[in-house]
Design a binder for this molecule. Structure first.
Ligand SMILES: [Zn+2]
Length: 75
């Protein structure tokens, strides 16, 4: 029996599907790994709408990062 997933942002329950693949490819849900403030990494699901918002925010956040501050390599 497949467990239904819960959207981390809006708390919506995923539709019942046979596989995660259907959920992601057909329903637009996305599974990501996120680091909590306590350093713990956990897998979280987002529904289609929340994923779009999350993606837009992540893109905006990345755009504010100045280029040229890359990791300094030694050697
Ligand atoms: Zn959602």
């Amino acid at each position: 029996m497949h467990e239904r997933e819960t959207c981390i942002d809006c708390g919506d329950r995923s539709p019942e599907t046979n596989e995660d693949h259907t959920l992601t490819s057909s329903m637009g849900w996305r599974l990501t790994r996120e680091r909590r403030p306590n350093g713990q990494v956990c897998a979280v699901w987002r529904c289609k709408g929340c994923w779009e918002k999350h993606k837009a925010q992540a893109t905006a956040a990345r755009a504010t990062v100045r280029p040229g501050v890359a990791v300094r390599r030694s050697g």
